[in-house]
Design a protein around this ligand. Structure first.
Ligand SMILES: [Mg+2]
Length: 194
């Protein structure tokens, strides 16, 4: 399907003319590129550089999962989300997923399935999130980052699917994760290598 689109639109690539750092924050870095579009126009493209992230759908044998309730200052609101975290420099996403699950929920898992990658903000960021399904639990202690406050709850997956449809869940990785989890439980999720 993707190839069919490309056949009908062969020239879309933008040529990089110049690149500058627009902003360097503690966490966020903003780049401003000057590009030449496929039809010859010069345009400015600003975007946030992001290290990438991993998100974890923890599936218990009784078809419950773990959701976090976490404050998100950009929206000045709390959100229901699957556990997730940013990659450390050069960190493997699966290593990050295992670390974040342990840090945020205290759980460890023995069985990991790679569900896939999402690009959650392609209009203004290169951020990508790798989603994993984790099973085979052992309990431990949370080890939250200093200043990280979140509430973790075990929730039936059916309730997650309902909340993904009724507007209680709006976080994108959690919406996509719920969709892929439902497909996986039905045996309709293609197998992808870790
Ligand atoms: Mg997190």
């Amino acid at each position: 399907m993707r190839d069919e689109f490309i056949q009908h639109l062969p020239e879309i690539k933008e040529e990089l003319i110049a690149r500058e750092k627009a902003f360097d924050g503690n966490f966020l870095h903003l780049t401003r590129d000057t590009v030449k579009t496929a039809n010859g126009k010069i345009r400015s493209r600003e975007y946030i550089n992001h290290p990438g992230a991993a998100a974890i759908i923890y599936l218990f044998d009784d078809e419950t999962t773990l959701l976090e309730y976490q404050w998100r200052q950009p929206c000045e609101s709390a959100f229901l989300e699957f556990p997730a975290g940013k990659l450390d420099p050069n960190e493997d996403p699966l290593v990050c997923a295992k670390r974040e699950l342990k840090e945020e929920t205290g759980y460890s898992a023995t069985d990991w399935v790679y569900l896939g990658r999402i690009h959650n903000a392609i209009g203004y960021s290169d951020e990508k999130i790798e989603l994993y399904l984790a099973r085979g639990l052992t309990t431990g202690d949370q080890a939250l980052d200093d200043g990280e406050c979140l509430s973790v709850k075990r929730v039936p997956v059916k309730e997650v699917f309902e909340m993904a449809l009724n507007g209680e869940i709006t976080d994108v990785k959690t919406l996509i994760g719920a969709y892929w989890l439902e497909k996986w439980l039905k045996g309709e999720m293609p197998v992808k290598s870790l």
